[in-house]
Design a binder for this molecule. Structure first.
Ligand SMILES: C[S@@+](CC[C@H](N)C(=O)[O-])C[C@H]1O[C@@H](n2cnc3c(N)ncnc32)[C@H](O)[C@@H]1O
Length: 275
């Protein structure tokens, strides 16, 4: 590419990425897919394919609300244009069915699907050294973005994930073949033997997570939460991230530490009494 063409590309590409152009471009793209494949596949299958294509593009958007707008543009505009008149009724069951598959009812009490940004744990890795082979767990691992951030931050660690949604667990396994991903309830899954548990849930989940961490994690292990704190438990570390979120980490104190502090206090009291 000559210098003039490269300068033009530099100017045009950031401009094309400016919101809401990606949304408009995706909607047009989805309509293009629909129009192109409809003669061969029929209206319903073409619509499903076009909607899926828009969903794939939408996934690249960094913010959930933008993702929703990009993904929903095609189905909403199809409905509005009346193009959906000839679709069979079952097509309308697909979106809620997919939503339920991706996000089962029991997960609603914890957190919906918001992925961890790629480098969110890098600064924490500079503060927490884990031995090679240490087990790290993403509790509620969704599509695997938290698993990827853990793997990037502690490449020598053994990365594990637990996810309630069968569809998300299946996708996380495909995206993170180096991790062990179980389809299970994170509250039922034991945390014993894990060096660091990572959560990106909801404020309401944090007290329960703290109780579980205190009951099951060994002293010196870590509970890490993106964005949400445990009420009344000052974190050992709090690191601000780009975008305004804060990463909180608690080092689990042990009965040993508390016991030795108590023993030390008792010893110094006895020494006082002897004096
Ligand atoms: C905000 S997303 C975080 C995804 C991932 N940890 C990340 O940071 O990229 C929360 C995830 O927790 C899952 N989840 C909610 N409740 C759960 C539970 N009780 N057991 C396992 N997973 C759960 C949801 O299905 C969702 O995928």
């Amino acid at each position: 590419m000559d210098a003039a063409a490269s300068a033009l590309a530099h100017r045009v590409v950031p401009w094309l990425g400016r919101w809401p152009l990606p949304a408009a471009a995706t909607w047009i793209f989805a309509w293009g897919v629909f129009a192109a494949v409809r003669p061969a596949l029929g209206t319903a299958s073409a619509a499903v394919l076009a909607g899926a294509a828009a969903l794939v593009v939408a996934w690249r958007e960094p913010r959930p609300w933008r993702r929703a707008i990009v993904a929903l543009g095609f189905p909403v505009s199809a409905l509005a244009s009346g193009a959906a008149a000839g679709w069979p009724a079952w097509v309308w069951l697909l979106p809620p069915a997919l939503l339920l598959l991706a996000y089962p009812r029991r997960a609603w009490g914890d957190a919906p699907l918001f992925p961890t940004p790629a480098g969110a744990l890098d600064a924490l890795a500079a503060r927490i050294a884990l031995p090679a082979g240490a087990r790290v767990l993403d509790a509620g691992c969704g599509l695997g973005d938290g698993l990827r951030a853990l793997h990037r931050a502690w490449p020598q660690a053994q990365v594990e994930g637990v996810e309630l949604s069968p569809a998300l667990a299946w996708l996380a396994r495909r995206r993170c073949p180096w991790a062990r991903v179980d389809r299970a309830d994170m509250w039922a899954r034991p945390w014993q033997g894990v060096a660091l548990v990572y959560l990106f849930q909801r404020p309401e989940s944090m007290a329960r997570a703290w109780d579980k961490a205190r009951a099951e994690l060994a002293p010196g292990s870590w509970l890490v939460s993106l964005a949400f704190e445990v009420q009344g438990q000052p974190p050992t570390l709090s690191l601000p991230l780009d975008g305004g979120r804060v990463l909180h980490a608690w080092r689990i104190p042990g009965p040993t530490a508390r016991g030795s502090a108590r023993r030390q206090r008792a010893g110094s009291t006895r020494a006082h009494r002897r004096r």
